[in-house]
Design a protein around this ligand. Structure first.
Ligand SMILES: Nc1ncnc2c1ncn2[C@@H]1O[C@H](COP(=O)(O)OP(=O)(O)OP(=O)(O)O)[C@@H](O)[C@H]1O
Length: 308
């Protein structure tokens, strides 16, 4: 795989002096889906805006397809499609004309069959003659994607594509993203929803306070930082836990009818064998056992919490 977007030592301070990006390094591989995960104000939109040439970096270097986004703005921008966070459409414009116009902005023939392709791909062909104000919220989001794809970009940025949308539409959006990937489009999306990153990303970048904390393969990330939970269901309710068990930091749940033991998947010893024997010594008898892997959400919260 080759690198299609490269960001080196990127700093961005806004006019009021606020430093939104504090030395970001990031390489995005052609054909991947990268999810940028981070809390409000982390710098996700700023990062996307600088790559797309909308915000000017204070320092650092960004290339897209080998083109410098400042010195070679047109060539770089031509390769990029951007779906912004806010739904901003001309209310009276017709769907097809809106998309054709976006294509025209890049100096490409607006009557091209590509416009039809893009509209069909997003299930908007039937609505091609509708005014955008007549569309549902979900369809409007699709129009935004169609506009971003109209000039056949190789890299698509989606800034919080599913913020505030219902579950059905979210899944719909994920299908669209997967189909685009299958066509070879590189996709970078920002999200607050861990579930979203978990569902569709190949790699996940965590950004907080203007810094990238990590970028990892999704599976590696979950394995590396994941913890497992062992749920111990008790025969009799445990009112309090004996001191002998304090080292296990057990959590009493369901009024003491069950206990949770958390352990590190990567640790040499899980401590389970000893725990079970100590439980038995303490007179606590088990009805059932169950393990579960902690979610990406737990990992994310831990990561962001660790840093000041
Ligand atoms: N034009 C601006 N002038 C000054 N500060 C700004 C400007 N735009 C953004 N910021 C600040 O930069 C920081 C990063 O903002 P950004 O929009 O990049 O975050 P984000 O991660 O996209 O957040 P969200 O998830 O809320 O969209 C925030 O503290 C924000 O207030």
């Amino acid at each position: 795989m080759s690198v299609i977007v490269s960001v080196q030592e990127l700093h961005k301070s806004y006019a009021d002096g606020f430093e939104a990006l504090k030395g970001v390094n990031l390489e995005i591989q052609e054909g991947e889906i990268l999810a940028l995960l981070g809390p409000n104000g982390a710098g996700k939109t700023t990062l996307i805006s600088t790559i797309c040439g909308i915000a000017i970096p204070t320092s650092g270097k960004i290339t897209v397809g080998g083109h410098d986004v400042i010195d070679d703005f047109r060539a770089a921008r031509q390769m990029i499609g951007l779906v912004p966070q806010e739904v901003a459409l001309e209310p009276f414009a017709r769907v097809r004309a809106t998309v054709a116009f976006s294509r025209g902005l890049f100096g490409k023939n607006p009557k091209d069959a590509i416009v039809e392709d893009v509209l069909r791909q997003l299930s908007l062909w039937d609505k091609r003659n509708a005014a955008t104000r007549e569309l549902s919220g979900g369809m409007r989001r699709r129009v935004l994607i169609a506009k971003a794809l109209a000039h056949e970009p190789r890299v698509l940025f989606l800034d919080e594509p599913t913020a505030g949308v219902d579950v059905e539409l979210r899944r719909d959006m994920w299908d669209i993203v997967r189909r685009l990937k299958a066509q070879g489009v590189t996709i970078i999306l920002t999200t607050h929803y861990i579930e979203e990153a978990e569902a569709i990303a190949d790699r996940i970048g965590v950004i907080n306070d203007g810094r990238i904390l990590l970028v990892e393969e999704k599976a590696t990330l979950m394995e590396r930082l994941g913890k497992k939970r062992l749920r111990l269901e008790l025969h009799e309710q445990a009112d309090a836990l004996p001191d002998a068990l304090s080292e296990y930091a057990l959590e009493r749940i369901e009024d003491g009818n069950a206990l949770i033991y958390t352990y590190d998947v990567m640790a040499e010893r899980s401590g389970i064998t000893r725990l079970l024997s100590d439980l038995s010594d303490a007179g606590l008898h088990l009805r059932d056992l169950q393990t579960s892997q902690s979610s990406l959400e737990d990992i994310f919260v831990d990561l962001v919490k660790e840093r000041p």
